[in-house]
Design a protein. Sequence first.
Length: 164
Amino acid sequence: SALIQCQFDYSCSSWYPGIGKGLQDKLQVMQNKIIRFILNLDNRAHIGNRELAKTGFLKVPERVKQLKLGHVIKIKNKTSPYYLSANFQSLNENENRIVTRSKVSNFYKPRVCTNTFVYSAINDWNNLPSEIKEIKNENTFKDKLRKYLFSEAEKDDLNPYIYY
């Protein structure tokens, strides 16, 4: 599955927010087919959290979020290129007012271009729990983020999977 995951990740986090729901659904359908192939399941087998956990995959939207937030932690730790970090300003750098303690790690969210990597990455970052945003070590952050995204996916079973 490691060979498949890296190819699948090529459906990159930078353009994913800008594509339509139809193409996002097609990516989810493709992932479901990949999981059926890996687990040797019937073509019509339901792909739920149990099957995702067996392969170690997250659903497509969560995986894209994981990739984006991996970039954001590098931006926060100042280990990313300038062209990425130039658009990310923390709230306490941007505003002339006191920021509440729960929002110290948040970034200023631009008011335009909502289908861009910058906007969606900042939005996802600002919605993370504080205990995850405060982690400095990238590997620890990625591990905690993955566990958080899996737990959120389990809570979010109201959203139907695409079965094709």
